[in-house]
Design a protein around this ligand. Structure first.
Ligand code: ASP
Length: 467
């Protein structure tokens, strides 16, 4: 039976079966050495040319070998390698599949390669150790989150991907409807309204490792098109409850999955928006003591944001044109209870019950206590300048707000963003298996693409102009 390469150290003197890819190859004539790689690591395999196929091996061939695990002579031990003290003396070799010469080396960290090439052959790029580590870290983080939240009584609930606009301030991706020609679904920018409706539904504690879609320009810490966030919502919870839960979860997750990392301050410091701006000139300050220490993690909270910012002409929320206010977070964030009266007199002075989670200078999550009274929600719609027509679009939401809405709130830490910051990666794309390029082209499969005119006809769509 095949064993993992990472497990050979416990098998000295035993006959084992290994399967994997040829990572490196050194043909010394009398002996052929290969480094065999599987997901768990590398091992040196020694083959004699008498073994059939030994001289035919090339990089990235897929092979199975059987052989005996031996300790290397002391002078040949490489302490820095996982299996540096062992090698396997092969007795049989089976070439399971051949490989063309690969377009770039796989035994490097990959940063030196062009992005276009890495995305074109992402399935090869992901073979590198660094990328495997990143994929594994994401899996482990998701698993930790699921276990933690399940223990705290949260239910994982899925919400629709084909839905209606869920404004978070970005542009929507639209999907044409075939059954109702001329109408469109929007992909969710976040499950915000659904999770609030789940609170109305009595779910009380919800989470989802949710895919969110936003048509906005990529940045180092923002992928194009889609990303994953841990979306959670709690009924009958105060802002303190939400922050404590998120702080405990991410502290424990960090200790469990990244034991080499040190959190520089616990409990995490809390800064008011005003203080952060005055002291650091940003609402996501980098509070690390030593920015060159790759293992230092400086978490912080920013709170007491103003509920509104000035609205600009091209603001997504620009409604009837007369309003001056745009939500700082989103339009469902509750005003601070002490400031509600100011909504009528001086809205720019109103603080919102928003909390941002900051890590090493990146905003890794945002959330808030939500409005749970219909009149307040309507007032916010008015203040951000929604026309009667725009308000009508939210009829379903306002109507849900008439049926006993519990006080509720939540947060949505970006999972890719958190891992990007914690792993100190150069770009958030390094955390995503198949990210899109900055031009919006997907890895390997190169979407978007033209479609069959028949499909367009079925959808009632005509392309008027191609760029
Ligand atoms: N929906 C918000 C976002 O995606 C997070 C939240 O308020 O819970 O940023």
């Amino acid at each position: 039976m095949r064993i993992n390469i990472g497990d050979i150290s416990g098998k000295v003197g035993e006959q084992v079966e290994l399967k994997g890819w040829v990572h490196a190859r050194r043909d010394h004539g009398k002996l052929v050495f290969i480094d065999l790689r599987d997901r768990s690591g590398l091992a040196q395999i020694v083959l004699t040319p008498q073994i059939e196929g030994a001289s035919d091996l090339r990089l990235e061939y897929v092979v199975g070998i059987t052989g005996k695990v031996k300790e290397r002579p002391a002078s040949m031990v490489n302490k820095d390698q996982l299996n540096g003290a062992y090698e396997v003396e092969a007795s049989t070799l089976q070439i399971l599949n051949k490989s063309e010469p690969v377009p770039f080396p796989i035994d490097t960290d990959g940063y030196e390669q062009s992005d276009d090439l890495r995305m074109k052959y992402r399935y090869l790029d992901l073979r590198r150790e660094r990328m495997q580590r990143n994929l594994k870290a994401k899996h482990e983080a998701s698993q930790f989150i699921r276990n933690y939240l399940t223990e705290k009584g949260f239910w994982e609930v899925e919400t629709p991907i084909l839905t209606k606009s869920t404004p978070e301030g970005a542009r929507d991706f639209l999907v044409p409807s075939r059954l109702q020609k001329g109408k469109f679904y929007a992909l969710p920018q976040s499950p915000q309204q659904y999770k609030q409706m789940l609170m109305i539904a009595g779910v009380e504690r919800y989470f989802q490792i949710a895919r969110c879609f936003r048509d906005e320009d990529p940045r180092t810490d923002r992928a194009y098109g889609e990303f994953t966030q841990l979306d959670l919502e709690m009924s009958f919870a105060t802002q303190e409850d939400i922050m404590q839960l998120a702080e405990d979860l991410f502290t424990k997750l960090t200790h469990a999955i990244f034991p080499e990392k040190k959190i520089s301050q616990t409990p995490w410091p809390r800064l008011s928006h005003k203080d952060a701006m005055e002291k650091y000139g940003t609402d996501k300050p980098d509070l690390r003591k030593d920015k060159n220490d790759p293992n230092e993690l400086a978490f912080a909270w920013t709170v007491d944001f103003p509920l509104f910012t000035e609205q600009t002409a091209d603001d997504f929320f620009h409604g009837s044109g007369s309003a001056k206010f745009a939500p700082s977070h989103h339009m469902f964030t509750a005003p601070h209870p002490d400031d509600v009266a100011l909504l009528d007199t001086d809205p720019m002075k109103v603080r919102g019950l928003q909390h941002d989670m900051v890590l090493n200078g990146y905003e890794v999550g945002g959330g808030s206590v939500r409005i749970h009274q219909r009149e307040v929600q309507e007032k916010i719609f008015d203040l951000i300048g929604f026309s009667a027509e725009q308000k009508k679009q939210f009829d379903y939401f306002l109507s849900a707000f008439t049926y006993g809405v519990p006080p509720h709130g939540g947060i949505a830490p970006g999972l890719d963003r958190f891992l990007f910051a914690i792993l100190g990666e150069k770009s958030i794309r390094e955390i995503i298996a198949f990210p899109a390029t900055s031009g919006g082209q997907t890895a390997v499969m190169t979407a978007p693409s033209e479609v069959d005119p028949k499909q367009l006809k079925e959808l009632g769509i005509e392309i008027s102009k191609k760029e």
